[in-house]
Each structure stands twice: as C-alpha cells, then as structure tokens.
Write a protein of this length. Structure first.
Length: 464
C-alpha cells in the first residue's frame, strides 16, 4: 500500500469537493439542518481557521466569538497542539489495545487530578461531555445506592438519554420519553428548593452547572454552591459539578466552582479539554465514592468505553493543559473578561433593547428585551410577544455574521440571550471590533425597519 499516494489523493479529493459540502450534508447527514442554514442566511463555507479567525471560500475573514460553544478555548488549530499530535502520530503509539494500562492516559489523569482540591481522585476518560455526565450519573447511583437525581431548571448537560433527562427545558426533551426515572428539577440558585428536594435522603446526586451555560450565562448567588454541597452531603448524596462549558479557564479560574470555594465529589469536563482538535471528555471523581462503585475485580469494568484514553486524545489533553499554563490563559480570561464585560455594558447603556449583560470571565451573555416593553410595537416582532426577544437575539447574531463577519449564537435554553464566548486567547483589538459591531447592529435595530424585514423573512421561513 502506498501511504503517501493515498494521503495525496484524499487531500486532492477534499480540496476538489470542498464546494460540495452543503449539498453532501443535505443528501447524507441532515437535510433539514442544511436547509435551515441556507434559508435563514446562516450558511457559510469555511476553508481555513487559525487563532481567533475563520476564513471562507471567498477569502473573507470572520472573528469567532462563539468558539464552538466553548470547545475552542485555545483558538483554532493551536500550533503547540498540532505539533504534539504530529509527534504522537510519528511515534506510532499503541491505542485501544484493551489489555494494558496506558502510561499516557495515566499521565493525563494525574495532571487532571492535580487540578482539583480534596484528593485523591480517579479519572474516567471518554469522548464527549454527554458521556462524562452519563458516567457521573452511574457512579453516583452505584456509590450511594440511591436512585434519585436532582438537577436545575434551565440547565443543559448533553443530548444522550440520561443527560437529556436532566435538561431543564421540556420542548426538546419530552418527545424522547420515557426518560430516566427519579429525576427532579429545581430552580437554579434556589437553595430552599434544593433542600426540600433532598430532604428524604434518597438523592444520589445533585448535578449542577456552576454557571448556567445554555441557560444564558446565569451566575448564582456566591454562597449557593457551598451551601448546596452541605445540603446534599448531609443527606448522603454527591455533588456533581458539570464543568463541560465552564471549566479549564473559561470563567477566569481553572474551574468555575473555585469562585465559591466548593469541592465537588465529581467534576465533568470536555470541550476545551481536547484543544479544539480531538474530541475528549473526562469524569473526575473523589477516590472514595469511585472505589465504592468500581473498586473490586467484579465491578471495575462496569463502566467502560472502547475509545477512552486513546493516544491522540491523551496527547491533546496534555498539550492543552500545558498551553493553558504556559500562556497564562486563566489569568488572560479573567483580565480580558473584565475588559469585554465593561465594553458590553458601555454598549448596552446606549440601547434600550438590552436588558442586562451577565456572566463571568469569557463566558458572557447579552439578554435582550421582548416587544412587551413597547420599543418594538411598530414592527412585526410585536406579534410574537415574549418570543420576540429570541427573534431579536437571532437577528443580532445574523447581522453580526453577515455584515461584520463575527460568529455568535443565542443560548439553547434561553434564546433571548446572545452568547459571547470568544477563545481564551482573545485580545483587546478583537474585543473592540466586537463591541463596535454590536453597537452598530443594535442602533439599526432600534429604528425598527431592518427588524421588520427580518421578521417578515422569518415568518416566511417558519411557514415553509
């Protein structure tokens, strides 16, 4: 077999068929999604990506202020990560043998465990945040012997069946039922509601995002997580911190739970963990509950995955953690986050369409008002009532994309919130570009004419 020839032919085919991407997606992947992107004006054909920028097939450059919903913390194609992965490939490292204890996986686990307080810890590697949450649910039930799980309204923990059962928004959940039984949801930040939920002593775990991500960058009261941990532990349950979106520097700390001094029993991570190039997730658990669940020869393989701990994934984990440390990205996220928040508040103060700017570090949300306040009464948006806020957020995101070449999106569970999540490497020039573009878009929206056109187009597409 001529390996060089195969690689060259694949590269030529990729380049030759690049323009066919949307059509191939429409035919073989998800026709409805491809059609929606095209009909609403979102479709782009990106060819290259580096750092903070994407480049399309016309050579236009876009600023990425979504970073793959947080996965691209290091930016696109970080050179240190690429070099590490090339080296791992050149070394012909073994993977997925199923009959060895990989030193590379052990090293990556050691580095992750060292980031958490109150050790020792065990680490389970997988391929996504959803899988990490599933692992946490199984561990909590096995370790405690209890069945009930408590989660929060407005939360997002993934799309697999167990993770979906925790989701605090029902529209995209109920059609897949029956889901995981014995799950209760309480309002995020409401300590008394949580105490009532765990009072019976039958709760295995409270699963919580330290900051709601797809719920719209909602920060709870400062004492919420420590008191929640006390309430859950007093009744024999475990605290699971879902740090898939908030972790690894996003909020200006390595983990968002550090802002409140909490020590969770289980932490789930993914997204940034693979550096934006390799899908990888992990569940990090205190050794005591982990060993209760999986600490014998009979039980040690009761939760496993074929692809967990593969050589490229572990190389990506180690390289990502090294880049975060050496480039001081946590400190950068904290400092640039303060600058970004200040600029967004400056812009918001000029526009009545903005209700608030919230979040922490480089995980921010811009919450817009609905038409009930009167400022949209003369546009077609008024007919949508409270839903008009979601339409406005989409309008702003689309205008930023089409006219200013900036990528953003609305939060999944609260689409009235425009998510602002640039890579951790963001600089002040990029922040200023985003703030200036947002100011222009919001000023135009305040006049209503552009909004009216957008609303009319949206209604047409919705009917189709």
């Amino acid at each position: 077999m001529d390996a060089a020839r195969i690689a060259e032919e694949l590269d030529l085919e990729r380049r030759r068929r690049a323009a066919d991407g949307p059509d191939l997606w429409r035919r073989f992947v998800n026709p409805a999604w491809a059609g929606l992107l095209r009909s609403t004006g979102w479709e782009r054909r990106f060819r290259h990506a580096r750092g903070l920028e994407l480049e399309d097939d016309r050579g236009e450059r876009y600023l990425d202020f979504l970073s793959g919903f947080g996965a691209l913390g290091l930016g696109h194609n970080h050179p240190a990560l690429k070099a590490a992965l090339r080296s791992a490939l050149d070394d012909d490292l073994p993977g997925f043998t199923q009959v060895e204890c990989s030193a590379l996986a052990g090293l990556a686990a050691e580095r992750l465990a060292a980031l958490l307080p109150a050790g020792p810890h065990r680490v389970f590697f997988c391929s996504s945040g959803s899988e990490a949450v599933e692992a946490a649910l199984k561990l909590a039930r096995a370790a405690t012997g209890k069945r009930r799980i408590v989660a929060c309204e407005g939360a997002y923990h993934g799309s697999t069946l167990g993770a979906l059962s925790l989701k605090g928004v029902g529209a995209a959940r109920d059609r897949f039922g029956p889901l995981l039984p014995d799950v209760e949801r309480v309002p995020f930040g409401d300590l008394e509601a949580l105490r009532r939920a765990v009072r019976g002593g039958d709760v295995a775990a409270f699963v919580v995002e330290p900051i709601l991500g797809e719920g719209g960058a909602v920060v709870p009261p400062a004492d919420y997580l420590p008191r929640a941990a006390d309430a859950v532990h007093a009744r024999g349950g475990l605290l699971v911190a879902d740090e898939v979106q908030t972790g690894l520097g996003r909020t200006g700390k390595m983990f968002a739970f550090e802002h409140s001094g909490t020590a969770p029993d289980i932490v789930t991570v993914a997204k940034v963990l693979g550096g934006g190039l390799v899908p990888v997730g992990a569940m990090i658990a205190r050794a005591e509950p982990f060993d209760r669940a999986y600490g014998s020869a009979r039980t040690c393989m009761d939760h496993a995955t074929t692809f967990g701990g593969g050589p490229l994934a572990m190389t990506a984990v180690l390289a990502t953690l090294r880049v975060i440390e050496e480039e001081r990205l946590i400190e950068r996220a904290a400092g640039q986050g303060r600058i970004l928040r200040r600029r967004l508040k400056d812009v918001a103060s000029k526009h009545p369409s903005i209700r608030e700017v919230r979040g922490m570090g480089l995980m921010l949300g811009i919450r817009v008002r609905d038409a009930a306040g009167g400022w949209l009464e003369r546009t077609p948006f008024a007919a949508f009532g409270r839903a008009s806020a979601a339409l406005l957020a989409q309008y702003v995101a689309l205008r930023l994309l089409s006219e200013h070449r900036i990528v953003t999106q609305a939060a999944v569970n609260d689409p009235s919130v425009l998510k602002v999540m640039p890579p951790l490497i963001v600089d002040e020039a990029a922040i200023e570009r985003f703030a200036a573009a947002l100011d222009v878009v919001l000023a135009d929206a305040g006049h209503g004419a552009a909004l009216a056109r957008f609303a009319s187009e949206f209604v047409k597409h919705a009917r189709d």
